[in-house]
Design a binder for this molecule. Structure first.
Ligand code: ATP
Ligand code: MG
Length: 238
């Protein structure tokens, strides 16, 4: 269930994300992983950050982990970079070769082999090159479904983003999903919304819901916005 409009109860998180985007715009890179349960609002916050970044002139690269591609080496990186593959040609030959081999756009050995730079390093160089035009925001949703080589390369870049004009924003479920450890990259854990925020969310999306039913729904949803919207829709239908 996708909704648009006001976000309730996420002032602090939005301020953190807008700060990350503003820093990237000023040339100060950073990285953050949003973590939380299903339906808690990870994608919604990523969308907000991406919209803010696009509106303020950043280049936004968006990708996502996908369960069916989670065993395909570098599938996630390919999805993320598909709109900027031309820029790989602007890299120095070593970085370009490593990235092309990873992305399957060049024949040859599979990275990483001795003497090659790590794919994550080549990725940072690509972000630097893109940032000559505009600072870069990298947004990857459902990162727990990334194939391992893509996750490793992205986390390598994320850990070093502070020395580059790139912000790396990832989101991952932290329950009922494959583990996605992110050592060296700061987390933003998404707590459940408080009841006031859930009530406001329901008032905005299901204003015709009887007040008693609304309060019951707030209790049952226990701070999960997707649960609140789904329960309210069921109640309205029933
Ligand atoms: N703070 C909020 N205010 C209003 N609506 C919200 C808020 N957070 C989430 N929502 C709504 O709740 C639903 C679930 O949010 P979202 O898809 O972002 O969750 P998610 O954490 O990405 O879940 P998943 O792990 O399943 O991908 C969406 O309809 C979204 O618009
Ligand atoms: Mg999501």
């Amino acid at each position: 269930m996708r909704t648009t409009g006001t976000l309730f109860g996420r002032a602090e998180e939005l301020s953190t994300l807008h700060g990350l985007v503003a820093d990237a715009r000023a040339g100060r890179g950073n990285a953050l992983v949003l973590k939380g349960e299903a339906g808690i609002g990870k994608t919604t916050l990523l969308d907000d950050a991406a919209t803010t970044a696009t509106a303020t002139g950043l280049t936004v690269l968006r990708g996502t982990g996908l369960e069916p591609e989670s065993e395909l080496p570098f599938a996630g990186l390919h999805l993320l970079l598909r709109s900027v593959l031309d820029a790989v040609g602007d890299l120095d030959p070593d970085d370009a070769r490593v990235l092309r081999r990873a992305l399957g756009t060049d024949s040859g050995r599979t990275p990483r082999t001795d003497g090659d730079v790590p794919v994550g390093q080549a990725l940072l160089t690509l972000f630097d090159t893109l940032a000559l035009r505009a600072p870069v925001l990298v947004v990857v949703d459902d990162a727990h479904w990334l194939d391992t080589p893509s996750a490793e390369a992205l986390l390598f870049a994320a850990r070093r983003a502070d020395a580059h004009p790139v912000a790396v924003l990832l989101a991952a479920r932290d329950t009922h999903a494959p583990a996605f450890p992110t050592p060296g990259v700061p987390d933003l854990p998404l707590a459940r919304l408080d009841d006031t925020a859930v009530a406001a969310l329901l008032d905005a999306h299901t204003p015709d819901l009887d007040r008693h039913l609304r309060d019951e729904t707030v209790g049952e949803a226990a701070g999960n916005p997707l649960a609140a919207l789904t329960l309210a829709a069921d109640r309205r239908a029933g």
